[in-house]
Ligand binder design. Structure first.
Ligand code: ZN
Ligand code: ZN
Length: 273
């Protein structure tokens, strides 16, 4: 594989497939929206900044120039399994990865949770889907960087699903919004039909990692065949202990997937103890 440079046709050539834009139906994600229509839309509904929530400055950007520094990118050293930022180099695994066996192969994350928490809350619970343009760009940049290093490309991006009733209440799945933007920028197709959340789970905020794993047992079901599900990149907004990603990976492996990795928008910093 040659260097991966965000050139979509390049990606499809490397995969031995005809050049396309990453959608199975062959259409662009924004349909036939032209530049003047997009501009008119921007003027009527100016994009809001994922940090300050005001219309972005300068106009047309995805985040205010003065706000970008607030979001802290995950810095080395990171956990070699889940990609969480570590406080020290005394171990190359975070506390959770030292104590819990994971099902997923490995993962990475873009921002530290505390620096991005306010925006992620609005993105998830206050209808600010528009933040997905900036968030997805940052995730795509990180993914492209790792693909250039590992020289491996996932076959599909799979957003972590929410249950049907949460989807109905919220109107969208934030993980799908991120996956769609990453796909638009990298050409890697999104498959939101191979994984379904079949059971609603209890809120996990105050649960131990073991309780979380138990809570998520049988929460996800995978569909598809082993040819389709060769190498999967799971997409989600927040990584905590990995219980959700593991439950998804478990369902996908059972269905024949060979390699399940993930990328999330944010994760906490390892406590180190
Ligand atoms: Zn701002
Ligand atoms: Zn870890």
């Amino acid at each position: 594989m040659k260097g991966y440079d965000l050139d979509r046709d390049h990606y499809w050539e490397a995969k031995g497939l005809p050049a396309g834009n990453g959608r199975r139906d062959g259409r662009t994600l924004h349909g036939k929206m032209t530049a003047p229509v997009r501009l008119a839309e921007e003027l009527l509904f100016p994009r809001r900044c994922p940090v300050c929530d005001r219309p972005v400055q300068p106009f047309g950007a995805l985040i205010c120039a003065s706000c970008e520094g607030v979001l802290q990118k995950v810095q080395m050293p990171v956990c070699r399994r889940c990609g969480k930022q570590l406080r020290s180099e005394s171990s190359d695994l975070c506390r959770d990865c030292r104590t819990l066996p994971h099902v997923f192969e490995r993962g990475e994350t873009v921002f530290t949770y505390h620096s991005a928490a306010g925006g992620i809350f609005r993105f998830k619970y206050r209808g600010r889907q528009e933040y997905g343009a900036y968030y997805g760009k940052c995730m795509a940049d990180k993914l492209v960087c790792s693909m250039n290093i590992s020289r491996r490309m996932p076959d599909y991006l799979v957003p972590v699903p929410v249950s049907a009733h949460r989807l109905a209440a919220r109107g969208y799945n934030q993980a799908f919004v991120l996956a769609r933007e990453i796909s638009r920028r990298t050409g890697i197709p999104v498959r939101d039909d191979v994984l379904r959340r079949v059971a609603d789970t209890l809120p996990m905020k105050n649960m131990t990692p073991a309780e979380r794993q138990n809570n998520l047992k049988k929460a996800f079901q995978a569909f598809g065949n082993d040819v389709e599900l060769n190498s999967i990149m799971l997409i989600d907004d927040i990584y905590t202990t990995g219980a959700t990603i593991d439950a998804c990976a478990h369902a996908l492996y059972r269905q024949g997937a060979r390699r399940v990795c993930f990328i999330t928008l944010a994760a906490g910093v390892d406590s180190g103890f």
